[in-house]
Design a protein around this ligand. Sequence first.
Ligand SMILES: Cc1cc2nc3c(=O)[nH]c(=O)nc-3n(C[C@H](O)[C@H](O)[C@H](O)COP(=O)(O)OP(=O)(O)OC[C@H]3O[C@@H](n4cnc5c(N)ncnc54)[C@H](O)[C@@H]3O)c2cc1C
Length: 554
Amino acid sequence: MSCPLHWACDTAPLDAYWRFRLNSFISGAFSLNSFDVIIVGSGLAGATAALRLAQHFRVAVLTKRSLEDGASGWAQGGIAAVIGKNDSFDSHVEDTLKAGAGLCDPEATRFIVEHAPDAIRWLSEQGVPFTLEEGHLHLTREGGHTHRRIVHAADATGAAVQNQLYPKLKAHPNITLFDHYMLVDLITTGKLKQIGKRCLGLYALNELTGEVETFSAGHTILATGGAGKVYLYTTNPDTATGDGIASAWRAGCRVGNMEFIQFHPTCLYHPHAKSFLISEAVRGEGGVLRLPDGTRFMPDHDQRAELASRDIVARAIDFEMKRHGVDCVYLDITHKGEAFIREHFPTIYQRCLALGIDMARDPIPVVPAAHYTCGGIVTDLSGRTDLDRLYAVGETAYTGLHGANRLASNSLLECVVMATAASQYIQATPSSPVSQLPAWDSSQVTDADEEVVISHNWDELRRFMWDYVGIVRTDKRLERAAHRLKLLSEEILEFYANFHVSRDLLELRNLVMVSELIVRSAQSRHESRGLHYSRDYPFTLDKAEPTICPGMDE
Ligand SMILES: Cc1cc2nc3c(=O)[nH]c(=O)nc-3n(C[C@H](O)[C@H](O)[C@H](O)COP(=O)(O)OP(=O)(O)OC[C@H]3O[C@@H](n4cnc5c(N)ncnc54)[C@H](O)[C@@H]3O)c2cc1C
């Protein structure tokens, strides 16, 4: 059936299979959810934008699980900001550029760094109980920062922020929350190169009813977080499936620097402990890394041994795991004794103990894990994407701040600063939602009877991305991954075309697309820089260039 509202129907996917759904849209009686601004994602980026915009507009916040689910609540360390007497913006900018290995955008970096004190002020006004010392913000220091500039709330900054923002979000008369609603696709007016192509809203799966609902918006903001779930091991929550990146790319937006995935060296390796970080402080306090036979290996890789930088330690562990064919290595701090361990690492000690690991007596099994997606949807300094009235903020965006490697505690900062900047732009350019959009039509699809295929493909994807596109890359491994992705992509497209959509299917579809972007970007970089390390190109080129993938419809 051809679409009666064709001007509005040329949504993102252009591939034959993706098109199948688009051609089957129908108009007619259906409920249209209509808002001035729709925000997808309820992490720090989405929550900041919602609270800022609700002063002026009717705002909807869609989130695919509960409000609290996302990376923001898990952030332990803190938020970087120049507040200390001897610190300066120049120094914070310099540290960020250095970590980014030549690939940070200096203008974006300065913009975000200079707005950091305002971001902290705003969060304090919201009541976030940052840790104080003698009445002033206590500043801690983290790797890569030359000054004490990390504002924090003990060792649970993200949770402290959420505890203050969420009650306000729930109580605000201008904010409507849609939890368990998952973005399926954006609705746009035409192809990107057409003048005036804009985002009109989106389709979202209501998980409670299984129906796909249509949302019309004057402005749409993607705040969907990162894509750590592409990998077998990750510190990220289950929500981190790159949905925003994949849907913006399908809609024709450029995506940048996807090869730069930050891996944390030590994530607990245990079947019942998904995504639990073993803090770097354990190595800082004398913990050593050992193979299963007890051999210490870090001194063979770097003079600083366990105190080498994150990327070097992660690469060494990956190398040793692959060389010996072992599933994990061990972090041993038993020599410090129970009293010291209990005092310095109470949370880690209790968590390990609950899983039967007494870290005062036994080494902790660990693996490196995907931690942060440095690349994402290309935006300007108002959070604007290539598509008119579509914005991206937080980890899903690529502003140019992180370059080839993220400096610790710059990401929560980016969430607040860029959500604020996008809100200010939207406030200055109000736009009404359209009153008619085509409804989603599922009359030609059936229930999937092979859920096992979807779950098998999830596992397969995450394993081969880990094995072939992880910390150390080669041309051959990338080629293998690209080949597997092609087959997987065909299979998923067929599922998408023939069966009712489910969260697992939609997430897998997005994970496959994001993986394709990572592999394609990694294949095009013929050097090693920052977080991208290739055995075939171990050198760094003189000139640093970002990797920009054109949108799917270009
Ligand atoms: C363990 C851990 C510790 C960290 N510590 C720090 C730290 O100390 N300092 C720091 O600066 N950074 C830290 N980071 C990174 C930082 O937490 C994240 O970069 C940041 O929280 C991202 O915020 P966000 O709002 O962009 O995304 P998130 O907080 O991940 O929120 C994304 C939201 O989008 C929703 N969503 C996703 N897809 C869809 C969809 N299709 N439909 C509807 N909703 C969707 C999710 O449900 C969620 O609500 C840490 C990360 C982790 C994992």
